[in-house]
Design a protein around this ligand. Structure first.
Ligand code: PDD
Length: 277
């Protein structure tokens, strides 16, 4: 059963309500995670919890949040849902109070969680992407609720008949995509932008970089440009929802041979195998 949780209480998905004073609603003042539950187990839970801790710390929120309580709520919600394959979303916002930009140090966190069923384990293998300017703020290493620039770029992709928008900064360098990381295969290496404040440390991305050598690819965390991207042998996007998707067309231009690449296919297999535990 799909369900939601507000603070400590499990509720029906459509009964979940938050306060009109919630700072998440008013300012996007909060942080979140999305995690897969596969075959009755949480996938890469420790990595998600440590990224969540990083987000909370960088947002000056960690002192008010008990991570063990959150971990326990996730388990409780999954238990009650009785699902074996699900996607868990949760966020913590900086409390509820009449709208004022500043906060005081006694704020109380507001927690929201949803559990949604995943019916088809295998995600789309290939898709198209567009290029879009990266209009986001300068702390994209924090998984914050402020996703307006991501939303606009994603919609531009949908309007163009594409799945994702790959973001390019003002220097012409690739950062990531609206809700996935970007990796490319070129000259025997698996490239992805280095982990700096301008990208989210994607957990799926880190798995692919770890597996690269098994496939005879050198992991290369270095900046690359839009020109490099267009000349990639294989281009892929990765994420908790997206899994590993080969991008075969970029702004209407064919990438590689226009089909699912051999390395991409192998990474897809490795991820599916890892998710099934
Ligand atoms: N998005 N980059 C961005 C900007 C993201 O929002 C995400 C994930 C990723 C991939 O990270 P991971 O492999 O750890 O899921 C990269 C989630 C799924 C979302 O916002 O729904």
């Amino acid at each position: 059963m799909e369900l939601a949780m507000i603070n400590d209480t499990v509720v029906d998905m459509d009964q979940a309500k938050v306060s009109a004073h919630d700072r998440g609603l008013l300012f996007g003042d909060g942080v979140y995670e999305v995690i897969r539950f596969c075959n009755g187990k949480l996938f890469e839970m420790e990595a998600h919890m440590s990224r969540f801790e990083h987000s909370l710390r960088e947002m000056d929120m960690l002192s008010q949040v008990d991570l063990a309580v959150i971990r326990n709520r996730v388990d409780r919600a999954l238990d009650q849902s009785k699902l074996r394959d699900a996607k868990i979303y949760f966020h913590v916002t900086r409390g509820s109070s009449p709208r004022a930009h500043d906060y005081n140090n006694s704020w109380q966190p507001e927690f929201l969680l949803t559990v949604r069923a995943v019916k088809d384990h295998h995600h789309q293998e290939t898709g198209r992407a567009i290029i879009h300017p990266d209009w986001r703020w300068k702390r994209c290493d924090i998984k914050s609720l402020n996703l307006l620039a991501n939303v606009l770029a994603k919609h531009a992709a949908t309007k163009a008949g594409a799945y994702e928008a790959i973001l390019v900064d003002e220097k012409g360098m690739i950062t990531e995509a609206t809700s996935s990381s970007v990796l490319m295969v070129k000259d025997g290496a698996l490239w992805s932008a280095p982990l700096q404040a301008n990208i989210l440390p994607g957990i799926t991305r880190s798995l692919l970089l770890k597996w690269a050598e098994d496939l005879g690819l050198e992991p290369q965390e270095e900046s690359f440009s839009l020109v490099d991207l267009k000349n990639a042998e294989e281009l892929m996007i990765t994420g908790t929802g997206t899994e590993v998707m080969g991008i075969t067309q970029l702004d209407g231009q064919t990438i590689g041979n226009g089909k699912l690449g051999n390395y991409t296919k192998q990474f897809q297999k490795k991820l599916v195998a890892a998710m099934q535990f």
